[in-house]
Design a protein around this ligand. Structure first.
Ligand code: AMP
Ligand code: ZN
Length: 112
């Protein structure tokens, strides 16, 4: 499968990895939208949140715990935003499930 995040997980292409465990990996986004912009991915491939394949609920929940952990390590543990674009129409460009961890600048409300 030609998946850029699978290749990062396998080490085939480089990334600035900030965290790794048996289930997940977190690395810096190559084109950061905010001063802190990390991506948390499951090591097992899943296309998106709309098609999570054989990821378990525990593994999906783990991604949130890791997102908070890497936000804290990056110094933005009190103020960060998680984003999961799902589907091309919602801005997803890499079809390997990933959680954006955004922080380091004041962010306006998106809704409400
Ligand atoms: P999305 O548009 O939600 O699918 O997010 C994909 C993100 O992956 C974008 O913010 C890209 O900047 C980022 N990205 C794409 N290729 C790489 C890469 N090789 N290393 C790190 N980040 C990447
Ligand atoms: Zn993949």
């Amino acid at each position: 499968m030609d998946c850029v995040f699978c290749k990062i997980v396998s080490g085939e292409i480089p990334a600035q990895v900030v965290y790794e465990d048996t289930v997940s990996m977190a690395f810096k986004d190559a084109n950061p939208a905010t001063p802190v912009h990390l991506l948390v991915v499951p090591k097992k491939h899943a296309d998106s949140l709309a098609d999570t394949g054989d990821l378990t609920e525990a593994e999906l929940g783990h991604l949130l715990k890791v997102a908070a952990h890497v936000a804290t390590d990056a110094g933005v543990g009190d103020n960060f935003r998680l984003l999961i674009n799902t589907g091309e129409g919602a801005g997803q460009s890499v079809f390997h499930l990933h959680v954006h961890v955004l922080g380091g600048k004041r962010m306006g409300r998106l809704i409400g």
